[in-house]
Design a protein around this ligand. Sequence first.
Ligand code: BES
Ligand code: MN
Ligand code: ZN
Length: 504
Amino acid sequence: MTTLALNSADIATIAGDVLVVATVPAGGRKKGAVLAGPAAGLKAAPKRKLEEALAALGATGKAGDVVRVPGAGISAAPVVVAVGLGAGPWNDEALRRAAGNAVRSVAGSKRAVLALPVETAAGLDAVAQGALLGAYSFDSFRVDSKAAQKAPVTRITLAVADAKDASTVAAVARAKAIAGAVILARDLVNTPAGDLPPAALVAAAADAVDGLSVEVEVLDEKALAAGGYGGILGVGKGSANPPRLARLAYRPEGATAHLALVGKGITFDTGGISIKPSLNMHEMKGDMGGAAATAAAVVAIAKLGLPVNVTGYLCVAENMPSGKAQRPGDVIRAYGGKTVEVMDTDAEGRLVLMDGLVRAQEDKPDVIVDIATLTGAAVVALGSRTFGIMSNDDDLREAVHDASKRAGEAAWPMPFPEELRANLDSSVADIMNIPLVGRPHGGMMTGGIFLAEFIKDGQRWAHLDIAGPSYNAGGPHGYTPKGGTGAAVRTLVQLAEDIADGAV
Ligand code: BES
Ligand code: MN
Ligand code: ZN
């Protein structure tokens, strides 16, 4: 990962290849941009020079505005980049996006100095996260084309009032742990499924927690069969790469509250016998985004030493059609015994999650959150940047939504209309995995209602459908790259912090 340092010197003197400053719209009748934050305190002559250059180049100060000017006569850095924050009062997410835009726009330079208006520890955390996440690139599969890519900045220096201040240092440590975890999740999502079969995904997760106080337990296909994990096995049956269930347990001394995370880890979703159309099927290498977010959140939580017990379950299988694959109409047995009639092998996420959810409840957690790229219907309902939150507990749904807001992730609460449950009544088994009538309406909620069947009375549980935001098929924006985004990681870490604080 890109390195991050702090510096309290005059921003005009800090060494670097590019100095990033912030602008906001001038407002009122005035056109153009005015400087915000540390750059507003530049000495008169360099400040005038910068303002004149920005005016000549048409800087607006609007969010997303990026203007480059020569640094000569302004700063030690040879280039100054002015990024717009939008009309104030700006929030932490505006800072996070501006930092991401700035760092992305200076790819190809080595050292960037960021002088953004940071007034609180949370603001600094946001700038640090935005900068580190904006510096992401995924090029481990490039050979000949690698040189033509602009390499992300390797060193970021944040201009702060007091680099030694304890809350400043703590905010940066938090930002580094969280950004590192988001980047891990992005890498796992972006890795081609041919290079990341179930055993490799689980091994990568085990690797990521190596050296942290996290205990890892992995069930292979034999152990899954012995334990009766019919959902994970059924989905994995068609693949030459056998399925896995991984359990990551973080048990800090003295912690009492317990959060369980259950992630959907379909390393590739062809749809199985109910095969998908080929258009954009490659994006289904990202169908393990929930498991990636789960593993990444456990890594960040353990690195930060949060005083809360956390157990992460990765429900991992490859959904392939073959002579050994499960068929529509087959009845499988979930862990714990409930029977499911598989009406569509492409509704496989709920089948691996049901096993994980039943297993997770044996640990008696206070709260369970599952994270899954579960339904295309979630993308239809909420678009590609917002995840859905469903829960059997109104307070928990609110708590997750609140955590997402503070983490800077877009999410929205969805209901569980009870009439949808009857559509899942099976004529041969306890439940069907999709309705025969009432499709496609309410597909995101139907997914949640199916999962609810496996939650015991009184167990607090939330379901996050991250099918939209987990994978960015469009262009990069803010601190979000193309491809894997690491969606939900920041919300999960924030929620764990809130639980540790006794607020949930
Ligand atoms: N992995 C898909 C959902 C998905 C779609 C994720 C688009 C990301 C982007 C899931 O396994 C799936 O295939 N869902 C089906 C459910 C249907 C059969 C009830 C869907 O959305 O069509
Ligand atoms: Mn599917
Ligand atoms: Zn899927």
